[in-house]
Design a protein around this ligand. Structure first.
Ligand code: CAA
Length: 273
């Protein structure tokens, strides 16, 4: 039975990934922060829903020593990690001129330095056993940038670079290393965006809706499978990539008709403020 570690495993996308992994028969270690208040309720709900191979591991992904100690203890107890999902991450959105050093470092530590801290703990074992899957959650905002997210975009671009480089180093060890880059997903993180800003983001999605967490988990589960053995070093976007369909488009695209509509909405917001 394969063992998977999912950092940020009790968040929206993390939970969906844990469920998919458990459904395929894996033992799943869902990471959360130490003293995470929702841990017991989360575990109880998973057990009640029939996901009995799921357990918790409390450690802060920004703390290298804690990653080593806690992952080491779990490995000793239940066995080595076969599949790692680097899913833990935070946002501290602010325009760059307002962004403080604390919020810069918090996002880089949680979303990028964490990949070093956690992946370090599993890579040797995977190499020795000749099989492994490492999947990191990047973001489309890492590739295209996003207003108010210099910290997050930099970290997510870093995650993609990390994966592409590591993929080359372990390609002959039976380990694949990939990123998935979701667009906007129906999670607490996106729900926390100011209402009018969030609405304008949704208005700009040609499909007219956010992605579901299950849609992200499905791709992660595939990348973790044996069948995905020939995919490595990829950064796969999960978004609606077409624009100007059904009278909708990316508000920052070059489509004149829709960018005029976007800027008119900004003007109206300013006048009515
Ligand atoms: N492009 C250009 N200009 C823009 C803009 C844009 N996309 N959005 C806003 N502006 C303009 C505004 O019109 C405003 O202009 P004026 O000062 O002339 O009036 C100015 O920039 C300041 O905008 P805000 O009022 O929004 O500034 P703020 O300081 O109040 O808020 C912010 C800044 C918190 C970053 C806010 O803009 C915001 O929440 N943006 C969304 C950020 C975002 O997409 N976060 C994603 C979180 S989810 C996630 O990250 C998951 C994932 O992987 C996708």
């Amino acid at each position: 039975m394969r063992i998977a570690l999912v950092t940020g495993g009790m968040g929206g996308i993390g939970t969906a990934i844990c469920k998919r992994f458990a459904e395929t028969g894996m033992t799943v270690i869902a990471n959360c922060l130490p003293a995470y208040p929702r841990k017991e309720a989360w575990l109880a709900k998973m057990a009640a829903d029939g996901y009995r191979t799921v357990q918790a591991a409390e450690f802060d992904v920004t703390d290298l020593v804690a990653c080593r100690d806690v992952i080491g203890a779990h490995t000793k107890e239940i066995g080595p990690i076969d599949v790692l999902v680097n899913g833990a991450g935070i946002t501290r959105d602010a325009t760059f001129r307002k962004l403080g050093a604390e919020d810069w470092h918090a996002v880089i530590n949680s979303n990028l330095n964490s990949l070093f801290n956690v992946t370090k703990q599993v890579i040797d074992g995977m190499s020795e056993r000749g099989w492994g899957r490492i999947i990191s959650l990047s973001s489309v905002n890492g590739t295209r940038g996003q207003f108010g997210q210099t910290n997050y975009s930099a970290a997510k671009a870093g995650a993609a670079g990390f994966s592409k480089a590591l993929a080359q180093e372990v390609v002959r060890k039976g380990i694949t290393v990939n990123c998935v880059s979701p667009g906007y997903v129906d999670t607490d993180m996106v729900r926390a965006i100011r209402t009018e800003v969030r609405q304008s983001i949704i208005d700009g999605i040609p499909m007219g809706r956010l992605a579901s967490v299950e849609e992200i988990a499905a791709l992660v589960a595939f990348l973790a499978s044996d069948e995905a053995g020939y995919i490595t070093g990829a950064n796969i976007p999960i978004m609606v990539a077409c624009t100007c369909m059904a009278n909708r488009c990316d508000p920052q695209s070059v489509c004149a008709r829709h960018s005029i509509r976007y800027w008119m909405r900004i003007m109206v917001q300013r006048i009515t403020r």
